[in-house]
Design a protein around this ligand. Structure first.
Ligand SMILES: Nc1nc2c(ncn2[C@@H]2O[C@H](COP(=O)(O)OP(=O)(O)OP(=O)(O)O)[C@@H](O)[C@H]2O)c(=O)[nH]1
Length: 291
């Protein structure tokens, strides 16, 4: 993707990050949420720094928007790296219990250590982290609905960061989406923009829609993994063959056919169709090990 850079607005980020790092000192376990359509690109570059040596629960959210084949490839690839992802559809409340159990399990060993030192057991403290819009709030709401308990503010916590009690064994630090101060990887930035996981960063819809078309063309033409994508994603939706045409020409032709040449309108339609799942279940990247 050789398109101009996506602009970052890091003004508020340093302050938000400082407050977050302060609270992270009190956290026992980090729940990292990624977008199942881009498990690699939605891996937040600062996460490892924030996690340090704390236990880490990886959550792949939006599994309702990916094919079983692509999902399995990613599970296998992540397991090969020693990670055991939990898969959720936070929109519809799927996979939530396993996330709670994984977080609570960390508490068991923490409390064993506390008991050994003559201290009273306490709930495990977890934080949900990830790019904006990857589904953190939806996940937190689902976690809370399991057994709703009053949310309690703790002193010194900023307005956006607050602790809430999920169960008698689990407390959660509710955080706003945190963008990295900069993202050097423009390919990842485009994928995040396509998936709407990029918050306030500025981008041109037409460039981002063109990048999406190009990605789908590439995945369709590679045909390396049958079932990774649904058949003929673009052809089916727009009755326009994407082979032997550049992504920019595809967008322009589709705009002619559907919106009297209005490129912006067509770009918005393509992006909205993808984000709402109207193009089908589409994962935008193969695991690096599969290339
Ligand atoms: N299809 C689908 N949509 C989801 C899922 N999880 C969240 N969404 C939708 O994605 C959008 C963003 O979800 P949020 O939970 O607000 O994302 P967030 O990470 O909390 O966003 P910030 O607060 O901006 O960081 C919402 O429209 C949700 O309904 C999911 O598993 N599947």
């Amino acid at each position: 993707m050789s398109t101009p850079p996506i602009q970052w607005y890091p003004g508020h980020i340093a302050k938000a990050e400082k407050a977050l790092i302060e609270q992270l000192k009190k956290v026992d376990v980090v729940l990292e949420v990624r977008d199942a359509r881009i498990p690699h690109s939605s891996h937040h570059p600062q996460i490892q720094k924030w996690i340090g040596d704390k236990p880490h629960v990886l959550v792949l959210n939006r599994i309702d928007l990916v094919t079983p084949v692509s999902h399995q490839l990613w599970l296998d690839a992540l397991k090969a790296e020693g990670q055991v992802p939990h898969c959720t559809d936070a929109q519809h409340g799927k996979g939530i219990k396993a996330v709670i159990k994984a977080a609570e399990k960390v508490g068991v060993s923490i409390n064993q250590r506390r008991r050994n030192r003559g201290m009273r057991p306490r709930p495990v403290r977890a934080v949900v982290l990830g790019f904006p819009n990857v589904g953190k709030s939806a996940l937190i709401n689902r976690l809370l609905k399991r057994r709703i308990v009053e949310s309690a503010r703790r002193p010194g916590v900023t307005r956006q960061l607050r602790w809430v009690r999920v169960s008698q064994d689990l407390e959660l630090l509710d955080t706003p989406g945190v963008l990295p101060a900069k993202l050097n990887n423009q390919e990842a930035a485009y994928k995040l923009a396509i998936c709407d996981d990029i918050g306030t960063a500025a981008y041109e819809n037409q460039l981002v829609a063109t990048a999406l078309i190009e990605l789908i063309q590439g995945l369709e033409s590679s045909k390396s993994k049958p079932g990774f994508l649904p058949n003929q994603v673009l052809q089916t939706r727009y009755q326009l063959d994407p082979t032997s045409i550049t992504a920019a020409d595809y967008l322009a032709t589709a705009a002619e056919q559907r919106h009297q040449g209005d490129l912006e309108r067509m770009a918005q339609q393509v992006l909205n169709d993808f984000r709402k799942g109207l193009l089908g279940k589409v994962t935008l990247e193969l695991p690096p090990s599969v290339h």
